[in-house]
Structures are given as C-alpha cells and as structure tokens.
Design a protein around this ligand. Structure first.
Ligand code: NAD
Length: 438
C-alpha cells in the first residue's frame, strides 16, 4: 500500500519503518526540517533498539523516504497516518492543534479517495472533528473527494517499540464504515499472524480505549506507590506484597511497581487529559485525579528521603539513570528532572550517568552548572555522598558493589526503582533506602 506517515517522532518513525518493513511504500513527513535532514543523512534522531538498522535497510530498498513536503506525501498516498504530538494544553486537555493542522493540510491537498488514520492519542470525538476540517478545506477549494477517517491508537512501548509494532498484543481499529475497515484489516493482517486479535470498533470507542489503557497502567503504578506507604509504616516489604498480589491471575504482575512514579510523554499527559474529559462532561473523576496526585507526590517523597538523611544538601550526589524508563533516550516528564532540580535548588551538585539519555538531559539542564555528565557509571560515583538510582537500566542491576563502596564518600544508596536487595547491601556496609522496602 502507499502510505504517508505525518509526524516522524517516536510513534511515526517506528510505525512508518515497520510498515515499510513488510513491503509498503512509506513516505514519512515531518515539519521539523532538522529532523528530516538528519534522517536523510542516515542519522536517526532518537534512540530505539533496532530502529537504525531497519531504517537503513528500508531506505536502501527505496520503500521508506523522508520529506518535509506534506503536499507530496498526501497526493502520493492512499492512506495518510497522523502521528503528531498531542501534548498537554494549559487546562490539562490534549492539545489537538498539530492533529488539526495535518487535517487541514489533508483537506488542502486531497486529490482522490484517501483513508485518514489517526494514530495520535486523541479524545473521543476527534475523528469527527478531523472529518469536518477536511470537508471545510475541500469546500474552500471547491472540490469534493471521498475519504474516511479511522482511529488506530498506538500501544508501542518506547524501548521495545519495534517488537511491539511488529508483534502487538492487539491492534485496535476504530472505523465507521466497511470500506475503510477492510483496508485496515488487510494492512494489519501481517502483524497479527501470531493469532493476536484485531479489535474492530467504532471510532469513539477506539479513541477511549487508548486513554483507558494508559490510565489503567498508570493506576497500577499509583496503586503500588500508595501501598508502599503502608509498607513503610508497618515495616512490610512492597516486593513481597507484589508477589502475593500479582500472582492472583485476575490481577497479574505487570505494572505493579512502587518507585518514583511514572513519567514519559504518555501516562502523565493522558491521565491529565482523562481528568479534563470528565470535566467536559460535567463530572469530577476522583479516581483519575488521585492517580495523578499520587504520581506527582511520589517524586517528592523520594526527594524527602534524601533530604531528611542529611543535615543539608550542599553535597555531591551521583545519579544513575535519567531517562523516564530504560532503553530509551526520552526525557519527557522523566521523574529524574524533578528530583535533580529539587536537589540542585537545595545546594547539591550532581554527577550524572545514563547509557543513552545524556544528550537529551544536557538540553534540559543546559543552564545549570551544578550537573556534570560522566561517560562511565563508576566515575560518576567518585567522592559522592550517595548513589541515587533513578532509572532501572540493565547495566545498573548487578554492579560492582565493592567498587561502589570504595568510590562513594558516604556509603549510602537511594534506590528509586527498588532494584537492589536491601539485606545484601546492608551486609556490604551500605545504608539503603528504597520505596516501601523492609
Ligand atoms: P513526538 O513529539 O516524538 O513526534 C511528533 C512529531 O510530529 C514531531 O517530530 C513533530 O515535528 C511532528 N509534527 C508536529 N506537527 C506536524 C505537522 N503539522 N506536520 C508534520 N509533522 C508534524 O511524539 P510521539 O511520542 O511520537 O507521539 C505522537 C502521538 O502518539 C501522541 O499523541 C502520543 O500520545 C501518541 N503515542 C506515543 C507513544 C510513545 O511511546 N511515545 C506511544 C503510543 C502513543
């Protein structure tokens, strides 16, 4: 099929590349000229495992091209995917201006029957709005072409995005007619050879499925963070509780982690957008408000643990892990930003190390001379008053604790992701602080 993918961020670039990988002709369009220049120079602007090699092979096979020319992309394609950002607006809602701007371009350049596929995360009713915008633009031009608007939310996880797209748990397609449903089912048939389902629903249900899914995952994390508070009071252990809780088949183990809270470009904004969707129907959702509040509180609880351990914070601290989760360089809404800023505001200096996110982090902390970046995780420890672990990258899971002991000035570890064994560390002479650990 001939596909135009508008927006070449984490979702658009991965989706476009995977669609090309199975033989489709994909034109990736982005309004960011620098991004397109890099991609055309064979430089992948984000880190995602396997992405670089797949882009290279599909470019070589001429199935994958990159351009800023949206008119060309729309005119040359049968399916136009919208995969632009939907960040949080000033009132918590999803800011749809980028989605609407693409819709208006589609109306300006549509030249035949097209299927417009919305992959961005958008509130219920957005497909209808996109349809209206395209209709209006065609009216202005005095032309009329048939088109369908489909909702196809994306569920890939950064850090495992290629695998998730190629072999998804499920594909959700929201269609309001058979013509577009048939094409979408055919397109995705190659990705569900594993027998996983394609869920075919109406567009509004599809739009809500995406928010409901992310909010459910966020809820599980906030739930565990709330239980962790109880564990700390009663000297129980949150990992033991997780074991006993998650082995109930009705509950399951996934996303039952206490820590410093969720971050990233999706959960925080999608929970906030959900709260706003309830406001829009005249309701206050205490449930979604609580998920958000607990998450914001959690970073501060962790900072307070560090603050209350010392007389003052005018010290050097080593931070391992900056990205919002492992296997990505994405720093959007990373809890590390809040915690590091709180430490610096209270007089601390930071020695930071992250396997992939340091370039992104340097952009965020560009105006601070209180944070220093190290190319080696152990060098960052030298003379520090504590090791603060903020992202559970594999390389931090089984480190050389004897070396850590030698390098740290004070033998203290704050484990924001509960990856270490408190008993083992105490035996080695460390003072250990986790979240909800015995
Ligand atoms: P992103 O910010 O990484 O990428 C968006 C891209 O769209 C940017 O490169 C931007 O330059 C481009 N863009 C914006 N307006 C444009 C326009 N008018 N024309 C052409 N290009 C334009 O965003 P992302 O993380 O890929 O997320 C995209 C959407 O997918 C969001 O709605 C997000 O909630 C959703 N989503 C994200 C993930 C994830 O893990 N990142 C997972 C599932 C769903």
């Amino acid at each position: 099929m001939k596909i135009c993918m508008v927006g070449t961020g984490y979702v658009g670039l991965v989706s476009g590349t995977c669609l090309a990988e199975i033989g489709n002709d994909v034109i990736c369009v982005d309004s960011n000229q620098e991004k397109i220049r890099l991609l055309n120079d064979n430089i992948v602007p984000i880190y995602e495992p396997r992405l670089e090699e797949l882009i290279e092979s599909n470019r070589k096979a001429k199935r994958l091209t990159f351009t800023t020319d949206i008119k060309y992309g729309i005119e040359s394609s049968d399916l136009i995917f919208i995969a632009v950002g939907t960040p949080t607006d000033y009132d918590g809602s999803a800011d749809l201006r980028y989605v609407f701007s693409v819709a208006s371009d589609i109306g300006k350049y549509i030249n035949d029957y097209k299927i417009v596929v919305n992959k961005s995360t958008v509130p219920a009713g957005t497909a209808d709005k996109v349809k209206k915008i395209i209709d209006n633009e065609m009216k202005n031009r005095g032309v009329s072409f048939e088109f369908d608007v489909v909702s196809n939310p994306e569920f890939l996880k950064e850090g495992n995005a290629i695998e998730d797209f190629m072999r998804p748990d499920r594909v959700v397609i929201g269609c309001d007619n058979e013509r577009s449903a048939k094409v979408m089912m055919e397109l995705y048939s190659h990705f569900v050879k594993n027998g996983h389902p394609v869920i075919l629903v109406d567009t509004k249900s599809s739009e809500i499925i995406k928010y409901a899914s992310n909010c459910m995952l966020a809820l599980r994390i906030s739930f565990m963070n709330e239980i962790a508070k109880l564990c700390e009071k009663y000297e129980a252990d949150i990992l033991s509780v997780r074991q006993g809780l998650g082995t109930d088949q009705r509950i399951g183990m996934a996303f039952l982690y206490a820590g410093i809270g969720y971050g990233g470009s999706c959960f925080p904004k999608d929970v906030k957008a959900m709260i706003k969707m309830f406001h829009d129907i005249g309701e206050n959702s205490k449930l979604f408000e609580a998920i958000d509040e607990i998450n914001e509180r959690q970073r501060e609880i962790f900072f307070n643990k560090i603050e209350s351990r010392f007389d003052n914070l005018k010290k050097k601290f080593a931070v391992w892990g900056l990205s919002f989760k492992p296997n990505t360089d994405d720093m959007r809404e990373a809890p590390a930003i809040h915690i590091i800023n709180r430490l610096i505001d209270n007089g601390a200096t930071i020695n930071a190390y992250d396997p992939k996110a340091m370039n992104e982090a340097k952009k965020i902390f560009v105006s601070s001379n209180k944070i220093h970046f190290f190319e080696d995780q152990y060098e960052a420890l030298d003379g520090a008053s504590a090791l603060i672990l903020l992202t559970e990258w594999n390389c931090f899971k089984e480190p050389d604790f004897d070396r850590i002991y030698q390098l740290l000035k004070e033998k203290i570890i704050f484990d924001g992701r509960n990856i270490y064994n408190p008993e083992k560390l105490r035996e080695k002479g460390f003072e250990y602080f986790g979240i909800g650990r015995k």
